[in-house]
Design a protein around this ligand. Structure first.
Ligand code: ZN
Length: 209
């Protein structure tokens, strides 16, 4: 299983970090050991002083395929989730400055928090609304209609480099509002289903320990 991530896929987030808006998807990966599931806590890593959350819609690949054409891409996703792409921002900035790969700042243990999956029929697949709260306060509110590169384009593009396998995950990028967490903070992620954020508990719950 591989975890593919797309960076800077919302204009407002690219701008908040003073990054240019990309012309092609910016792709990086996390190892399978980064996965954080079942509402487990994240232990604040000792190698950073600036741990950031990035809430993202996550696609689960439902079919094996490579060089997938645009028109077939929708068939490759039947379930979505909300995830957090945890980032050691200080470490990432140092690596970026040197032009080095940033895996250690993005792919450390627990850096890919993931909720249970929901059938994509429960949302408008072209306009998935999601939000992240920190200690009960909304910090990120996103809508995938604002994606620079759509789910379908991401699948088409990444599958020209990597064969996509059933169960692979794609983190599709974060909207504006990223920020730091501290030990003790609680993050909760929601996807609007059947028109509401409020039908039941959050999909994703993650405490920083
Ligand atoms: Zn991200």
């Amino acid at each position: 299983m591989k975890i593919i991530c797309i960076g800077r896929n919302y204009v407002d987030h690219a701008k908040e970090l003073n990054n240019p808006v990309p012309k092609k998807p910016l792709v990086f990966m996390k190892p399978a050991s980064a996965l954080l599931i079942n509402n487990k806590p994240l232990y604040y890593p000792e190698f950073t002083k600036s741990l950031h959350y990035e809430a993202e819609i996550v696609l689960k690949i439902a079919k094996n395929g490579k060089h997938i054409e645009d028109k077939f891409a929708p068939k490759y996703v039947t379930e979505i989730a909300i995830g957090i792409d945890f980032t050691a921002r200080d470490l990432q900035s140092q690596l970026k400055e040197k032009g080095h790969p940033w895996e250690i700042a993005k792919g450390f243990d627990g850096s890919a928090a993931l909720s249970p999956f929901i059938p994509i029929e429960r949302v408008d697949r072209n306009a998935v609304e999601f939000k992240l709260t920190k200690n009960g306060e909304t910090v990120q509110l996103g809508n995938t209609k604002d994606l620079i590169f759509s789910f379908e384009h991401i699948i088409t593009y990444t599958s020209t480099f990597f064969k996509l396998n059933i169960g692979d995950l794609i983190y599709t990028g974060t909207p504006a509002g990223v920020g730091e967490v501290q030990v003790g903070d609680v993050l909760e992620g929601f996807i609007k289903q059947n028109g509401s954020f409020d039908d039941g508990a959050p999909l994703l719950y993650c405490q920083i320990k």
